[in-house]
Design a protein around this ligand. Structure first.
Ligand code: OAD
Length: 237
């Protein structure tokens, strides 16, 4: 095995593209049909909650129609392999789908929230649900109606577990970015943090991301092809 034992992988929409989930900024991406302001900001939700709930209801419903792909499975294999060798893998994902979990990985940080988690703004509790929500839906915890919003981090809100993510990057040997355009901070800035700390850095993406020049190595192609090859190198090398 190479000397990298502790690895942080940052994933974005590109890792789920081959599973059939649309990315955001590619041709045909989600932000072509909807503006970020409309469906991914607190102001958009305040202006038209029905539209926002139905946008996330549709995305949540899609989860039952898609499956993890070889990239998700390979990362689960990497997690297991590193643990057996005394190391660890942390997957920091910007994705709100559950494909890393269904691929078998366990140590996952959903920094932008999760489609299968809901947040009641009346009692401030979060709960798991794959149901569709409307303005008539009661919170299963406090029973207040119409206050359940998607547990998704919108633009202008603070991503989750940033302290843990930064501590994990500080302690890792290698930082790897997979399937993200590098357009959204703070995630896009983690490579600069890793480089500043002298870590190995690798980007795996269909095309060069906006922060591509910060990576020591870039591999261009589909995650489903390239991630299993890289995982074999790490575990077999
Ligand atoms: P983007 O849609 O911005 O970028 C997806 C990246 O994946 C692009 O660089 C593609 O080239 C690449 N890609 C597409 N198919 C691929 C494949 N099969 N294999 C490898 N790479 C592939 O998605 P993100 O970077 O994840 O945030 O977007 C970041 C955040 O912006 C999202 O979490 C979301 C969005 O607005 C919020 O909603 C808060």
């Amino acid at each position: 095995m190479t000397k990298s034992k502790n690895i942080v992988v940052l994933t974005g929409a590109g890792i789920s593209a081959e599973s059939g989930i649309r990315t955001f900024r590619d041709t045909g991406g989600l932000w072509e049909d909807h503006s970020i302001e409309e469906v991914a900001t607190p102001q958009g939700y305040a202006a038209n909650p029905e539209l926002v709930l139905s946008f996330y209801n549709a995305r949540r419903a899609q989860l039952s129609t898609v499956e993890p792909n070889p990239a998700h499975f390979a990362l689960a294999e990497l997690e297991k392999g590193l643990m057996e060798r005394g190391g660890y893998l942390t997957i920091v994902t910007q994705n709100v789908d559950d494909l890393h979990e269904r691929g078998g990985a366990q140590n996952i940080i959903h920094m932008h929230g999760e489609l299968l988690s809901q947040w009641c703004r009346a009692c401030d509790q979060k709960f798991k649900s794959d149901a569709a929500f409307t303005l008539m839906s009661p919170c299963p915890k406090c029973e207040v109606v119409g206050k359940v919003r998607p547990d998704i981090v919108w633009f202008g809100e603070m991503p989750y577990r940033m302290d843990t993510i930064e501590a994990t990057i500080l302690n890792c040997d290698q930082f790897v970015s997979i399937g993200t355009s590098g357009a959204v901070y703070p995630a896009a800035g983690y490579v600069q943090m890793a480089r500043g700390l002298g870590k190995q850095t690798l980007e795996i993406n269909l095309e060069r991301s906006e922060g591509s020049h910060f990576f020591l190595e870039t591999r261009l192609g589909k995650a489903g092809d390239l991630v299993p090859v890289w995982v074999d190198e790490v575990l077999g090398g």
